[in-house]
Design a protein. Structure first.
Length: 386
């Protein structure tokens, strides 16, 4: 038996589902989407756990964008719950305001201060580096060694198992540093979560495709290729895997998640710490840069706005990548970029395949960037295949 489709789409994450939705609804194409996990949504999948709490299964996903096009596109499939993504850092037995801002500075010096005083302090402590070339330089050139050691060095070493000196400046450079009291974690204009969750939004995108889209879950695309005729492939899996690791495996970082749930009674004694009934910690995310093995504890109920008496926290442990583990993070470092470029050359020669998404382009893209990439690729492909 063999099937005929206009497109085969490998992976049902943001990239694959956006591509499928556009191809089916805008261009009337018949698509087959193949996903090796047992659910849609890729790493942005969310679900209700056994305690009734809506959790982000593969780590917290904070949607944000500066792009009107991307916001408008997704808004066809979801309403939004606006969020100020608030985080803290925990070290030396106390919570610190984070990302670094005037409130953090006041904690550091133990008294009230002003933006001017903080700017003068930073001026005195920062290391003059004109063009920071790595993640250590990007931080010490802004805040100096003391704050780098307190908040960045240990966290980065744990997360990436690499020294910040051996990571691109973009890794630590994406965290804002401010001298006012703005303590928002992220910089983008639009910051919100899909009101009913990511999975519900993906289900609506898929429903819009109707009969044009067929989905196979729990299936590696390699299994069905011999039985499928198609015009073009949209590939969103790891690029090295597509080429059978012929240039060696790209480095990835994996994660292990440890979940713990609490009932309202168990939460009573946490109220003094969380400052809020029904919560375990004061903010959605607390970073643990130094003393613990995990990097952060996330209580996503703070962000989802879900009204639920129970809560669930997730401790996130960075992990080596290997058999049976997910390649969560491409590693933004010069040595990895050298290997990736070899795969990119091979990919550029595959005219019947589009490589889009985080794994296929080996870049730590945010969700909105992946949606943008999928929309742009369908714009590019459509005239070309008619
Ligand atoms: C812990 C963590 C936290 C994050 N937090 C944020 C955040 O706060 N904000 C933000 O904007 N972004 C965040 N991201 C990034 C976000 O997850 C990605 O931008 C987005 O999910 C990428 O979508 P994608 O479709 O490219 O990839 P994925 O979601 O990885 O989807 C690819 C899919 O392809 C499938 N696949 C792979 N190989 C095969 C195969 N051989 N056959 C069939 N299927 C296959 C995989 O199972 C996967 O489901 C985070 C990522 C992680 C890991």
């Amino acid at each position: 038996m063999s099937w005929n489709f206009d497109y085969i789409i490998v992976g049902a994450g943001f990239a694959g589902i956006t591509a499928a939705e556009r191809l089916c609804t805008q261009f009337g194409k018949r698509c087959l989407m193949v996903e090796k996990r047992e659910h849609i949504g890729g790493n942005a999948y969310d679900q209700y756990d056994d305690h009734g709490v809506l959790i982000h299964t593969y780590g917290p996903h904070y949607f944000r964008t500066n792009s009107e096009r991307i916001k408008d596109y997704l808004s066809q499939f979801t309403e939004w719950h606006p969020v100020d993504y608030a985080i803290l850092s925990h070290t030396e037995n106390r919570y610190w305001k984070f990302p670094i801002n005037l409130n953090t500075f006041e904690q550091l010096i133990g008294r009230e201060s002003t933006s001017e005083e903080m700017e003068a302090w930073l001026e005195e402590h920062r290391v003059p580096i004109k063009n920071p070339a790595n993640s250590e330089e990007v931080i010490i050139s802004q805040v100096g060694w003391e704050l780098y050691d307190k908040f960045f060095k240990g966290y980065t070493l744990k997360q990436w198992k690499r020294h910040p000196r051996d990571l691109d400046a973009s890794v630590c450079g994406r965290i804002p540093i401010r001298t006012n009291r703005d303590d928002r974690y992220l910089r983008e204009d639009f910051q919100a979560l899909p009101k009913a969750g990511y999975t519900r939004m993906f289900e609506r995108m898929i429903a819009a495709c109707g009969e044009k889209l067929r989905i196979l879950l729990k299936t590696d695309y390699g299994e069905i290729l011999p039985h499928t005729n198609f015009g073009h492939m949209i590939y969103t899996g790891p690029i090295d895997e597509y080429f059978d690791n012929c240039h060696g495996q790209l480095p990835y970082r994996s994660l292990r998640f440890e979940h713990q749930s609490f009932s309202p009674n168990e939460l009573l004694e946490r109220e003094a710490i969380s400052g809020k009934r029904g919560f375990w910690q004061p903010t959605m995310q607390v970073n643990y840069p130094n003393e613990e093995d995990f990097t952060r504890i996330v209580e996503v109920k703070h962000a989802t706005g879900q009204l639920c008496e129970n809560t669930t926290i997730v401790r996130e442990y960075p992990d080596d990548f290997g058999p049976g583990k997910e390649p969560y993070y491409p590693i933004p470092a010069p040595d990895a970029a050298v290997i990736y470029r070899k795969y990119k050359e091979l990919a550029d020669a595959e005219f019947k395949v589009s490589f889009i998404g985080r794994l296929a382009t080996y870049r730590y893209y945010n969700m909105d960037q992946v949606v943008g990439m999928a929309l742009a690729e369908i714009d590019r492909l459509h005239p070309a295949i008619h």
